[in-house]
Design a protein. Structure first.
Length: 535
C-alpha cells in the first residue's frame, strides 16, 4: 500500500524450513519522478500504484514512462527510487497571534499538496500552549481527495513537554518544523460559515521540482545510501533500470560502471539502453566497435521502441529498458523479447544483422515470437570477454544468480542459530535438498547428481581484538557451493559468508582440473570439494 512506502520487513527462515526459490522478475528503477519519497525504495505492483505514490506520467521523467512500459509488457513487481536535483519542498504557514508557525513538507516538489487544520478540542480552557494538529496530503490543491493524513493531538510549544511539537513532527512522514516556534500557539482554523474548526490552510506555492538529473545525482552516495545506493535498503531485485536522465541525453559511462558494480554486489543484472543515435542495425554495429562497457552483469536490447506518449498525444521514441524488463519477467531465460501490441521497434533488424549484433552482446527486440526455438540465444554484455563462457549468455547468468541468491538468503538463519544446533550439517542438508530439486527439474542438464553440484560448510569463531575482554566469540559461517558449468568437468563455485556484520557472496574457482586458481583461504576446502566430485 502507498502508506507503507519504504517499509522493509524481512523474514529469515530457520533450520526447520527448506530454502525457498526467490522470484526472478523484480525490477528496480532509479530516476526522477513527479512526487513521492526521496531516496527510499518503494515496492510497486502496478502502474495505478505508481500514480498514487509518484504522480504518474510526467514529461521530464523518463522513469515514469519506463515504469509504464514495464507494466504494459508483463512486469508485475517493481522497486522505485526517486532522485532529485535541487528540488525544494513547499512550506505551510499557520497564523499564531502576532507570529507564524511555519511547517515544511518532507517531500520536495510542486505536486506535494498539503493542508493543515488546528483545533483545541479536549484542551483545558486555561491551557494556552497545547493544541491539536491535523496534516493531510491531498491529490490536488483545493480538492477533498485525501491520500494521507496524520493527526497529532495535544502537541505543545513548550520544549520541556513530552509532546513538544518539533520532537513530535520529527517522526512525521509529511512535515517538519521550520525556524523558531512562535510565542503563541497557532489559531484555530475556523470555517467562516459554521464557526467550527473544520477549515484547512493550504500549503504555499514555494515548492520546486529541481533541475534535470546528472549522472552523479543518479549514482548518489554509498555512505548516505542515496539514489542508486538507496537500493541497499531493499532485500533483493533481479534487474536494475536507470532510464536516460532527459529525452536528449543518454546515461553516461560513470553511471553505467557504478550500476554494473552495484549489480554484481547484489546479484542482479543492469539494463543498458542503446544510445539514442543508433537509428539502424548498422549504426549499432559501428557503435559497438567503440563501445567501452563490457560486463557479464549487464544486458542490452536494440533498437529503441516506439510507444504512445499519452501526455503528448503521439508516438515517441523511448529507451527500451523498462519494456524489456517487463518482457523478461514473464519469460524463461531462453525466450525472445517480444513486444506487446501497441509497441514496436524503431527499426527492423534483419537476421544477418541480428546474428552480428549477438556476437557483440546486443540482443534484438522482436515483434513476433518464433515458432521454433530461437536461433540466437539472448546474450549479456560480457559476450566476447575472457571470463566464463557461460556468462556470455543471459539464460545461464540468470539461472546462476537465482541459485546463489536463493541459497544466500535461505541460509541467513545461521547467524541467529543457537550454539547447540548442528548448524553445519543442517545447512548442508538444506542446500543439497534445494540443489537436488533443481537437478530433478533439469537445471543442470542430464549430469548425474555427483557431477552436477556440491556443497561444503565451515563454521568458526571470529578472533577477538587484542585487549578485548574474553566473551563468547561471534560466529562466522562459510558455505561453498558449486554447480555444473557447460564445459564438462567444470563448476561455477561461490563462497557465501554469513556473520553478525552481514552476508557476502564471492565467486571462487572450482574447476576439477584447475584447483590451483583457489586463493589461500579457499584451499582448506579443496580436498573436501574434490572428494565429492566423480573421479
Amino acid at each position: 500500500m502507498p502508506n507503507s512506502a519504504g517499509l522493509q520487513v524481512e523474514e529469515i527462515l530457520g533450520p526447520e524450513r527448506g530454502i525457498a526459490p526467490l522470484g526472478t522478475a523484480i525490477t528496480a528503477f532509479v530516476g526522477r519522478t513527479l512526487r513521492g519519497p526521496v531516496n527510499r525504495p518503494v515496492a510497486i505492483k502496478n502502474f495505478a500504484q505508481f500514480q498514487a505514490v509518484f504522480g504518474g506520467l510526467w514529461q521530464p521523467s523518463l522513469l515514469s514512462y519506463s515504469v509504464e512500459h514495464f507494466f504494459d509488457n508483463g512486469g508485475s513487481d517493481a522497486l522505485v527510487v526517486r532522485v532529485v536535483n535541487g528540488a525544494r519542498p513547499a512550506s505551510l504557514s499557520l497564523k499564531a497571534g502576532a507570529g507564524v508557525l511555519t511547517l515544511r513538507a518532507v517531500r520536495p516538489g510542486t505536486r506535494e499538496f498539503l493542508r493543515a487544520s488546528v483545533d483545541y478540542d479536549n484542551i483545558e480552557p486555561d491551557n494556552t500552549v497545547d493544541f491539536n494538529l491535523t496534516i493531510q496530503r491531498v491529490r490536488a490543491q483545493g480538492t477533498e481527495q485525501v491520500d494521507d493524513q496524520e493527526i497529532f493531538p495535544n502537541v505543545s510549544l513548550l520544549a520541556t513537554s513530552e509532546r513538544y511539537l518539533a520532537g513530535v513532527l520529527a517522526q512525521s512522514e509529511l512535515v517538519r518544523v521550520v525556524g523558531d516556534l512562535p510565542v503563541s500557539r497557532p489559531e484555530r482554523t475556523l470555517d467562516p460559515s459554521s464557526g467550527l474548526a473544520t477549515r484547512y490552510v493550504e500549503s504555499n506555492s514555494d515548492g520546486d521540482d529541481g533541475a534535470p538529473l546528472t549522472d552523479y545525482d543518479l549514482i548518489g552516495s554509498e555512505v548516505d545510501k542515496t539514489a542508486l545506493f538507496a537500493l541497499s535498503e531493499s532485500d533483493y531485485f533481479n534487474f536494475l533500470c536507470i532510464p536516460p536522465p532527459t529525452r536528449d541525453r543518454d546515461l553516461g559511462w560513470s553511471a553505467l560502471l557504478v550500476g554494473a558494480r552495484f549489480c554484481k554486489d547484489r546479484g542482479a543484472l543492469l539494463m543498458v539502453d542503446p544510445p539514442s543515435h543508433w537509428h539502424t542495425a548498422d549504426d549499432a554495429l559501428r557503435g559497438m566497435r567503440e563501445w567501452i562497457f563490457r560486463d557479464e552483469n549487464a544486458l542490452m536490447y536494440f533498437p529503441r521502441i516506439l510507444a504512445h506518449d499519452k501526455l503528448r498525444g503521439r508516438f515517441e521514441s523511448f529507451a527500451p529498458g523498462g519494456a524489456v524488463a517487463g518482457m523478461l519477467s514473464k519469460s524463461d531465460e531462453y525466450s525472445e523479447a517480444v513486444l506487446r501490441p501497441g509497441f514496436r521497434p524503431t527499426c527492423m533488424v534483419g537476421e544477418d544483422r541480428r546474428l552480428k549484433l549477438a556476437t557483440q552482446g546486443v540482443n534484438t527486440i522482436q515483434v513476433l515470437r518464433s515458432v521454433a526455438r530461437p536461433s540466437v540465444l539472448p546474450r549479456t554484455l560480457g559476450a566476447g570477454n575472457s571470463g566464463a563462457s557461460d556468462w556470455q549468455y543471459l539464460g545461464p547468468r540468470r539461472s546462476a544468480l537465482h541459485i546463489v541468491n536463493s541459497i544466500e538468503r535461505g541460509t541467513r538463519w545461521v547467524v541467529l542459530a543457537q550454539p547447540h544446533l548442528e548448524v553445519v550439517g543442517t545447512v548442508e542438508e538444506q542446500v543439497r535438498e534445494f540443489l537436488k530439486e533443481l537437478h530433478a527439474a533439469g537445471a543442470f542438464g542430464e549430469r548425474a547428481a555427483e557431477e552436477a553440484y556440491f556443497v561444503n560448510c565451515d563454521q568458526r569463531a571470529i578472533a577477538p581484538e587484542a585487549g578485548v575482554a574474553a566473551e563468547p566469540a561471534p560466529r562466522e559461517f562459510h558455505l561453498v557451493i558449486g554447480f555444473a558449468a557447460t564445459r564438462l568437468g567444470e563448476f561455477h563455485a561461490y563462497r557465501i559468508t554469513h556473520s553478525p556484520a552481514g552476508s557476502s557472496v564471492k565467486s571462487v574457482s572450482a574447476s576439477r582440473f584447475n584447483v590451483s586458481q583457489f586463493s589461500p583461504e579457499d584451499l582448506k576446502w579443496v580436498d573436501r570439494i574434490a572428494s565429492q566430485l566423480k573421479p
